[in-house]
Design a protein around this ligand. Structure first.
Ligand code: FDP
Length: 357
């Protein structure tokens, strides 16, 4: 028997007594999933479709926009504008929010997305993805125009989040707040079929994803956590860890959801607020997925999903992954705050440790 389709999964979720998936949300997820099919089609044409390379423009973050950043942004806007389930959208590629035009009916949801994550990988044929997050417009927004402030809700209020990954297979990974499910695009049938879930992050996988070139920016706690695991010749964890960095958050997070380990993009501890990843388009949806799969997600010291956003394009440090790894990182922070203590190591080897470095 064929695995069930995304449509069937969503309808079954909707029918549940404790359903967190009303029909508007179902339509919204189906529309996003359909847009991701269009994006994967565009990506797979590559140079033949004239979709590679840069546009010569910059986005609001001052980053050079790739052609596919803009193409995917347009695809998501066009697909979601007219369905009647959204009040507004926000994208990493747009300076401000996109309200649903008056010619279309409006709904109660807000959609946020990073149309192409990992876009530096597009031109060299490595995996990239689309990340999305769904919030409810606040009740106070009813009867008036949605504003940017309406999007500034903590990640714990997300009603759905997910990503599509455009790799050797095209996958959709989704949470509606009750587990994480993976769907594979069946290209012959044009359908998403469930191929895994509920996902549970395995523990004990000694793999770290971090850009080592940024070491000078890290806090002492992050440095100690990484130095104990990567490239060390002595100590209880020496030789146990592997490093994996694809420079595409979607691909790194997908590996962690399936295989375990940890992903870090720490904030720059030398300058308050300086960080790489966006809270609303990247950190929040990925943290929701990671927590739903039994993992933990912190900005270095605090739970990301509890962060009160102050700006649409706010950035944050992130450490996401298996609970044992995040707890080890937190112990390093505690150690720095409180002085010498015993640190337990993960991956099966308790490591008595005094203050180091
Ligand atoms: P990109 O800018 O190419 O979209 O979104 C940020 C991101 O990629 C992540 O996907 C990725 O993990 C990270 O940046 C890569 O950063 P480095 O260039 O520092 O490796």
């Amino acid at each position: 028997m064929q695995p069930i389709t995304l449509t069937r999964f969503l309808i079954e979720q909707q029918r549940r007594e404790d359903s967190a998936c009303p029909s508007e949300l179902r339509l919204l997820i189906e529309t996003v999933a359909r847009a991701c099919k269009t994006i994967t089609h565009a990506i797979s044409k590559g140079a033949l479709g004239d979709v590679l390379g840069s546009l010569g423009s910059e986005n609001v973050q001052g980053e050079v926009q790739k052609k596919l950043d803009v193409i995917a942004n347009e695809i998501l806007l066009d697909a979601n504008e007219w369905g009647g389930h959204l009040a507004a959208m926000a994208s990493e590629e747009m300076e401000t929010i996109h309200r649903i035009p008056n010619r279309y009916p409006k709904g109660e949801y807000l959609l946020l997305f990073d149309p192409i994550d990992g876009s530096s990988n597009i031109d060299v044929d490595l995996s990239v993805g689309t990340i999305f997050s769904v919030l409810r417009a606040p009740e106070s927004a009813s009867g008036r125009e949605v504003t940017e402030e309406d999007f500034l809700q903590p990640g714990r209020d997300q009603v759905a989040a997910g990503y599509a990954i455009y790799g050797p297979q095209t996958l959709l990974v989704l949470t509606l707040g009750a587990g994480v499910y993976e769907f594979t695009l069946d290209r012959e049938m044009g359908a998403w079929r469930m191929t895994d879930g509920p996902l549970k992050i395995p523990s004990g996988n000694c793999e770290v994803a971090v850009n080592m070139a940024r070491r000078a920016q890290w806090s002492p706690a992050v440095r100690r956590y990484i130095d104990d695991r990567v490239g060390c010749e002595a100590g209880p964890l020496a030789g146990k860890y592997n490093m994996r960095w694809t420079a595409s958050m979607v691909a790194d997070i997908h590996r962690i959801l399936k295989r375990g380990g940890v992903f870090l993009y720490p904030a720059d501890h030398r300058e308050a607020g300086k960080a790489r990843l966006r809270l609303l388009y990247e950190a929040n949806p990925m943290s929701f997925l990671i927590e739903q799969a039994g993992g933990r997600a912190i900005d270095g010291t605090h739970r990301i999903l509890d962060t009160q956003p102050t700006g649409l394009h706010q950035r944050t440090g992130v450490a996401l992954g298996a609970p044992d790894e995040i707890e080890a990182l937190l112990r390093e922070s505690d150690l720095i705050r409180t002085g010498p203590a015993s640190i337990g190591a993960s991956c099966g080897s308790p490591a008595p440790s005094s203050v180091r470095r």
